[in-house]
Design a protein around this ligand. Structure first.
Ligand SMILES: [Zn+2]
Ligand SMILES: [Zn+2]
Length: 128
């Protein structure tokens, strides 16, 4: 199961809080799982919106787009078990020059994902 480390999770949480969406994050893991299950079943409403999970799924889908599915399995096996740590480390070692910062190249995805969560929330809140 693809995940991120505590440090990256905390940063995602902070990015969500910074955008005023902190109160929308379910208080318990149980509730969060229920909300995700309903969302995956096709219910997309303000009741099933978890901005933190939304940001995480955004990062996962960007990862798939950018690298391909093998990265998720490779990140699971990485000692950090963290998708972002894995990609950052891989990039730091293998980059031959690109627009990304050499170190912590993918941390900026957190802000982008949080922005996307905010946009998704506004869209849902405005829907009739
Ligand atoms: Zn990490
Ligand atoms: Zn690079």
């Amino acid at each position: 199961m693809t995940t991120v480390c505590q440090d990256h999770w905390d940063r995602m949480r902070r990015a969500i809080d910074d955008r005023g969406l902190g109160a929308l994050v379910p208080d318990s893991g149980e509730l969060a799982r229920e909300v995700v299950a309903r969302e995956l079943a096709g219910e997309r409403s303000i009741d099933t919106f978890d901005p933190l999970m939304n940001a995480f799924f955004m990062i996962m889908s960007k990862t798939l787009e950018y690298f391909g599915p093998w990265v998720l399995a490779a990140a699971d096996e990485h000692r950090s078990g963290c998708l972002l740590c894995f990609m950052n480390e891989k990039h730091e070692h293998e980059c031959k020059g690109c627009d990304l910062p050499t170190v912590k190249a993918f941390d900026h995805w957190i802000d982008k994902a949080a922005d996307a969560s905010k946009a998704e929330w506004l869209k849902r809140a405005e829907a009739p």
